[in-house]
Design a protein around this ligand. Sequence first.
Ligand SMILES: C[S@@+](CC[C@H](N)C(=O)[O-])C[C@H]1O[C@@H](n2cnc3c(N)ncnc32)[C@H](O)[C@@H]1O
Length: 195
Amino acid sequence: MAENRQRMFSERYASGEMPWDSGLTPPEIKEIIAELPAGDALDLGCGTGTVIRDLLRAGWRADGIDFVERAIELAAEKLAEFPPERRRLFHADITRLGAMPELRDAYDLIIDIGCGHSIDQSARVDYARAIASRLKPGGAFMLYASQPRTDSAVGWRPKHVERLFGRQLTLHWRQMGDDIAIGAPACWYRMRKPN
Ligand SMILES: C[S@@+](CC[C@H](N)C(=O)[O-])C[C@H]1O[C@@H](n2cnc3c(N)ncnc32)[C@H](O)[C@@H]1O
């Protein structure tokens, strides 16, 4: 399953068919970048690095992970103007998050825009735990996840998100909308690790 998804995403990057890659950071992320003092951020499924570029412009240090090599190459090109010690890119699977010593121990902000909602069901609990343990106390987690469609295993309902993250993180707000690129309703969640 995971291999199929990796192949599918690799083919999308190879063909240039990436409707999610608008080149714009979503306003929900721009807001939190502006609101929080600059610190350490981690972008899970970072794609071509657009969000990381805005974090770096705002003075953050940012790491990104993506399991498609071409995505990491494109992100490296986009971020080349920034000092290497402030931006690091990892070609890796986010389901290995708990076992990546090369990452920082803890982050002020973790972002997942349209990535975690497609991992295998069996990997979800560990993924949520790894995110919570990689957040500093008081740190924020921004999640964008589509609603499941009848023809696809991708997607998390709000109750799934509550169940996965609710023990370790507090939900600040959520906001539902329609995602034209995905062709399904999708939801933003802002969560916080208690101090
Ligand atoms: C819908 S795209 C969103 C990309 C980026 N977050 C954005 O908003 O432009 C999902 C991204 O997550 C990556 N991805 C999906 N599953 C992944 C996994 N298990 N590990 C690492 N990257 C993954 C894909 O290669 C793709 O770049």
